[in-house]
Design a protein around this ligand. Structure first.
Ligand SMILES: [Fe+2]
Length: 395
C-alpha cells in the first residue's frame, strides 16, 4: 500500500423517490438553475418535467441546456458556459448519465475560466498548458445510469470536436456538491444501456485491480466483492428491470466503483480507459462497450507479467482450481463470456473496426494519454506497439 490523501466532499442523498427533494435542495444555492441533459431526452421526459415543475414551485427560474450527447463535446459544454455567464446561473443540475454529469462539471468550472475550457482537459498531458480549475458553480447531480461514479468523483471526461481527442480532468474542485441518487429512475433504462453501465462499473474496479501496487489485501477483497455483486445483479436486472431493490443495489455498487474508496492506497492506472476513449472519440462507440472490447485483450496481453494476480481473480471470482496459468487463462475466457452474455460487445469487429484502423487508434492514445516515455500508466507500462498488439487481439 502507498501513502494517500483522500477527500470526497459530495453530499449523497440516496433512495427511491429522493429526487423529488430537488426543489428544497437546489433552492439553497440561489434562484437561477440550469438543467443539463441529453439532446435525445425523450426517455427522461417525466423526470425532466417533474424537476422543472418542482423548481418553479420553489419560485426558481429554470434554464435548459438540453444538448449533451454520449461522449460530450466541448462545443456542447461551451453552450452551457455561455448560458451560465449570460444568465448569472446559481446552480447547475445535471440529469443523466456520465456524459451529462461530466458536461455539467465542465460547465461549472468553465464558467469561471476566461480561456478555452479544453485547456484544463489537456493540462495533464501537456506541460505547456498547465491550467487548473480555480472555482466552480455549485453542481447537483441526479444520475440516471449506474456506471461512471461521476456523481461522486472528481473526474470529468470530454471530447474535442475539432481534434477528436477525448481527455479528462481530475481535480477536487470538480466534485459535485450534492448527488441525489434515486434508483427508481433507472428502472426505465433500456437493457443495452444497463448492461454497458455494469461493464463500465466493473472496468473501473478491474483497472484498479490489475494496475495497482502489490500487497493490498483489503482493497482486493473490497473490489472483488463489488465485482461479484455487479456480476450477480446485472443478469437479474435484465430479466426484471423494474425491480427497485436490484436497481438500488446496482446503483450503489457502481457509485463506489470509482469514487476513490476502493482505489485509495493502491495507486491505480486506467490504461484500458485511455484506449477506450480513443475508440469512442473516433468511432462513437458506447463507453461501456469499448471497455467490454478492450478488457479481455488487455488481460491476455499482460497475463504473463502478473499471472498470480489473474489466478487470484479466477479463484475468487469464478471459483476456479488448478495451476496459476490455467486458472488465469480460463478466468479471462469466462470474463469475456460474461460480458457477451449480457449483450455487450467484446470484439472490435462487432463495432466495425478493422486492422487498418489500429495504427491510428494507437497513435491517438500515445498522443493524448501516454507519459513522456511513451507509456500508459499500467502494470506493466504499455507503449504504442503494445497498444497496437492489444487492439489486434481484440479484432
Ligand atoms: Fe468508465
Amino acid at each position: 500500500m502507498v501513502s494517500f490523501e483522500y477527500y470526497n466532499p459530495v453530499r449523497v442523498i440516496f433512495g427511491c423517490g429522493e429526487s423529488s427533494r430537488i426543489g428544497e435542495i437546489a433552492h439553497d444555492f440561489g434562484k437561477k438553475a440550469l438543467i443539463v441533459t441529453y439532446e435525445q431526452h425523450a426517455f427522461l421526459k417525466h423526470i425532466l418535467e417533474r424537476t422543472e415543475e418542482i423548481l418553479l414551485n420553489k419560485d426558481m427560474v429554470v434554464f435548459n441546456c438540453f444538448n449533451i450527447t454520449a461522449n460530450p463535446m466541448i462545443s456542447q459544454i461551451n453552450t452551457g458556459i455561455e448560458i451560465c455567464r449570460q444568465e448569472n446561473i446559481d446552480v447547475i443540475i445535471g440529469i443523466g448519465g456520465g456524459s451529462v454529469m461530466d458536461a455539467s462539471k465542465a460547465i461549472g468550472i468553465g464558467t469561471f475560466y476566461s480561456g478555452d475550457v479544453w485547456d484544463m482537459f489537456m493540462s495533464r498531458h501537456d506541460c505547456i498548458r498547465d491550467v487548473k480549475p480555480q472555482k466552480s458553480l455549485p453542481t447537483i447531480m441526479i444520475p440516471t445510469l449506474p456506471a461512471t461514479s461521476s456523481e461522486m468523483n472528481n473526474i470529468a471526461v470530454a471530447t474535442n470536436d475539432s481534434t477528436c481527442e477525448k481527455s479528462y480532468i481530475c481535480h477536487n474542485i470538480v466534485y459535485p456538491d450534492i448527488s441525489i441518487i434515486d434508483p427508481e429512475i433507472t428502472c426505465l433504462l433500456p437493457k443495452y444501456q444497463s448492461a454497458c453501465g455494469a461493464v463500465d462499473a466493473i472496468s473501473h474496479l478491474l483497472e484498479a485491480y490489475f494496475n495497482c501496487v502489490p500487497d493490498t489485501p483489503l482493497q482486493d477483497r473490497l473490489q472483488e466483492g463489488t465485482i461479484l455483486t455487479i456480476m450477480e445483479l446485472i443478469p437479474k436486472i435484465l430479466n426484471d428491470p423494474y425491480n427497485k431493490t436490484l436497481r438500488a443495489n446496482m446503483q450503489w455498487a457502481s457509485t463506489i466503483s470509482w469514487n476513490g474508496w476502493l482505489q485509495a492506497g493502491i495507486n491505480p492506472g486506467s490504461p484500458m480507459h485511455q484506449i477506450g476513449h480513443v475508440i469512442s472519440a473516433r468511432f462513437g462507440v458506447t463507453h461501456g462497450a469499448t471497455l467490454g472490447i478492450i478488457m479481455p485483450s488487455f488481460f491476455r496481453y499482460v497475463l504473463n507479467h502478473r499471472v498470480e494476480r489473474f489466478a487470484q481473480f479466477g479463484r475468487r471470482i469464478f471459483n476456479l482450481n488448478g495451476s496459476d496459468v490455467d486458472i488465469a487463462k480460463k478466468a479471462i475466457d469466462m470474463f469475456e463470456s460474461f460480458i457477451a452474455s449480457v449483450g455487450v460487445q467484446t470484439r472490435l469487429s462487432q463495432v466495425g473496426i478493422i486492422e487498418s484502423d489500429i495504427k491510428a487508434i494507437a497513435e491517438d492514445v500515445e498522443r493524448v494519454s501516454c507519459d513522456e516515455k511513451g507509456h500508459l500508466p499500467s502494470v506493466p507500462p504499455v507503449g504504442k506497439k503494445d497498444i497496437e498488439n492489444i487492439l489486434r487481439l481484440a479484432l
